[in-house]
Design a protein around this ligand. Sequence first.
Ligand SMILES: [Fe+2]
Ligand SMILES: [Fe+2]
Length: 473
Amino acid sequence: MTTSINYEDKIPNNVDLSSDRRLQRALEGWQPKFMNWWGEMGPTLETQGVYLRTAISVGRDGWAHFDHVHVPDYRWGIFLAERDPGRTIAFGEHMGEPAWQQVPGEYRADLQRLIVIQGDTEPASVEQQKLLGLTAPSLYDLRNLFQVNVEEGRHLWAMVYLLHAYFGKEGREEAEGLLLRNSGSPDSPRILGAFNEETADWLAFFMFTYFTDRDGKYQLGTLKESAFDPLSRTCEFMLKEEAHHMFVGTTGVDRVVERSAALIREHDTLDIAPRGGIPLDIIQKYINFHYTVSLDLFGSETSTNAANYFTAGLKGRWQETRRKDDHRLTDDGVFLEKPAENGTWTSEELPALLALNLDLRGEYIADCETGIKRWNRIMESAELNHRFALPHPGFNRSVGVSSGHHVTPDGTIVDEATWQAAKHKWLPTSEDLAFVRSLMRPVYERGKIASWVAPPRNGINGKPFDYEYVHLA
Ligand SMILES: [Fe+2]
Ligand SMILES: [Fe+2]
């Protein structure tokens, strides 16, 4: 059972770590390596204290405590959601059996792999965002960046705990490996492509936290359904933290769109770059890029691995328990749109079990549409005709049925020459990136904000925007 969070231990936890001396010692041996990694690969900007939230309980209410914290002293720990002693497996061939408290031997390798892949993304994003603190548009934004970073660090802890506690020597080796691979490293890169792209500016950060952290939400959602109960419970608590990361992305893009709209109205021109704003077509190109690299994270539309994981009970569907079907899917079919030889789209019927990645991606796309609606409402209320849109899921893909084809944002399959001639209209060019970068100058005076983004509507934890969220060194 879950115990209350113990902050007396070297490693704060609610898993009664002190009752397992071997495990405790192993994790205490990993802790300084984590701190070294944080020092080398974590945020570059040094501060005297950041107004951060720390988990104090995993329950429904009052789980967070806010205070200024010297970031390297942040209490990273191990927090699992409460255990439901009656929990049963909700899908697959073990449906109805009690959830597993230990790893069944036959699924050990697969579960370990799933945990390592999830674990690898968490520190990767911290590495990608390492330099952003040097150019934050306000103290409020700087604080949010640190909050996201420390929580991604904690998500690494969450996966490392599982590896140490349930996967023996191999698990401990994998836990070391999570600190040895680095985002963008030529020799030992992070496992997934999107996590090797640099997050070079704050618009990219907002897009990343909107689109890529949202991919994380859906992946964690499938692992939350897992028959392996400790994985399920850790993912459930991670999802609570993840919600804030997506809030940073959603409201971040809102505020950029709002500011651009205001500048367009004020100067009566779409060419707001000379006024220190980000033109709408650049915002759309950033959407196109971050959305499509995030779609790649869902893997190929058809996957026998995904089918096997589902049947075995390792990984469910998004909101598995709320779905009204047999949760085994052995007789169901779905349709997959794919590019045909003649340059048109064809539809292929597939067993639903093989198309689980497609199913998850569909849930994700529907969720992403809500952001587009928000940003278009901002356009409408500014009485501007421009509308944002998500590109076709075949656009700019490196994984799945559309990789190896050129698909325009509206879904037309085109040849190489057409693609090359037009892609500068759809994806950020080096000039676009250089321009956005040129706007990135730190604004660290209380209550002040950079030219290219509107202030937030509300501060953090009821504090005003001009609160001193970060004490600078
Ligand atoms: Fe995370
Ligand atoms: Fe996140």
